[in-house]
Design a protein around this ligand. Structure first.
Ligand SMILES: [Cu+2]
Length: 302
């Protein structure tokens, strides 16, 4: 049986609460992997992202990597925190241009609202007291979950940008399109921690956003099956024009492992490209995550 993934807008009050409770549980479970700075299971997932930003964004593995990261997060919720419900995604097209009004961000059963005060810390909701230890960027230092919601930028989450991407007929054209507005809308619309390209999984809304993006990806694949279950491509290293000299928080510590793509014969992402999960779950290759209904992922959007 496939695990259902559902629009969070359709969740009952109880379903919303169950999910939030499982996430809070993950934030309390002690870390087991010894990843730098990660103090609990939630931060270990974040560390997987923090360690690999350069080889998982603006590259061909962007969509497959984040698909597996979504799966890893859900797997931990289920296996370690007893979560039984559907995996939620945030249908951001419903809230595009009005993120400040979104029910996803309400304080009781939602993720809490905008940042307040000098540091932009979220002031309400279940995560208001959570102290995150990873970021900004590659730094390891304690900070609140901070946001700076921007309704104008949240317009990038509009359906029309998804429609534009769906016009693309090859993965090599679809992937960069999806990484633009549909991806950036959620990050820039929420702002703050979510706008940190390296440590953004420190805001739990990250998982609803990227599951939404994964649905955008799957919907595109589903327009031409089975052909798009094997269609992959794109460069493995970020194009020069996309990597301006970073400020110091954006330079990985010298003692961290270098970010080197593995598994492909050249600088093009293939089905044998390795998706490294740093021990949170087993590593996989791109081929393992091409079909969300396949033996590893086993889920469906309903
Ligand atoms: Cu990312």
């Amino acid at each position: 049986m496939l695990t259902p993934v559902r629009d969070r807008h359709t969740f009952s009050r109880r379903e919303k609460r169950d999910y939030i409770e499982a996430e809070l549980c993950l934030m309390e479970l002690p870390a087991t992997l010894g990843l730098p700075g990660a103090r609990n299971r939630f931060e270990e997932l974040q560390s997987v992202h923090q360690h690999q930003t350069r080889i998982t964004h603006r590259v061909g593995a962007f969509l497959p990597f984040h698909r597996l990261l979504m799966y890893a997060h859900e797997h931990l919720l289920r296996e370690e925190c007893g979560y039984r419900g559907a995996q939620p995604y945030w249908d951001e097209t419903r809230d595009a241009g009005r993120f400040t009004q979104s029910v996803v961000l309400e304080p009781i059963t939602g993720f809490g609202g905008d940042g307040m005060g000098d540091e932009g810390c979220i002031a309400d909701g279940p995560f208001a007291n959570y102290t995150n230890n990873l970021g900004p960027g590659y730094r390891i230092e304690e900070h609140c979950i901070y946001r700076s919601i921007n309704d104008t930028l949240s317009r990038m989450a509009s359906q029309r940008f998804i429609d534009e991407c769906n016009e693309e007929t090859t993965f090599e054209d679809f992937w960069p399109c999806s990484e633009q507005e549909p991806h950036n809308g959620g990050h820039a619309g929420i702002g703050g921690k979510m706008l940190d390209p390296i440590a953004s999984p420190g805001d739990p809304i990250f998982y609803l956003h990227h599951t939404f993006l994964d649905k955008v990806y799957w919907d595109w694949q589903a327009r031409d099956l089975p052909a798009r279950l094997t269609e992959i491509g794109g460069q493995n290293t970020q194009a020069e024009s996309w990597t301006p000299p970073p400020p110091d928080a954006l330079v990985p510590p010298p003692d961290w492992p270098p970010q080197v793509p593995q598994g492909d014969p050249g600088n093009v992402t293939t089905l044998s490209h390795i998706l490294n999960m740093w021990g949170v779950i087993e590593d996989a290759v791109v081929a393992d995550v091409m079909d969300i209904r396949g033996p590893l992922l086993c889920y469906e959007y309903v």
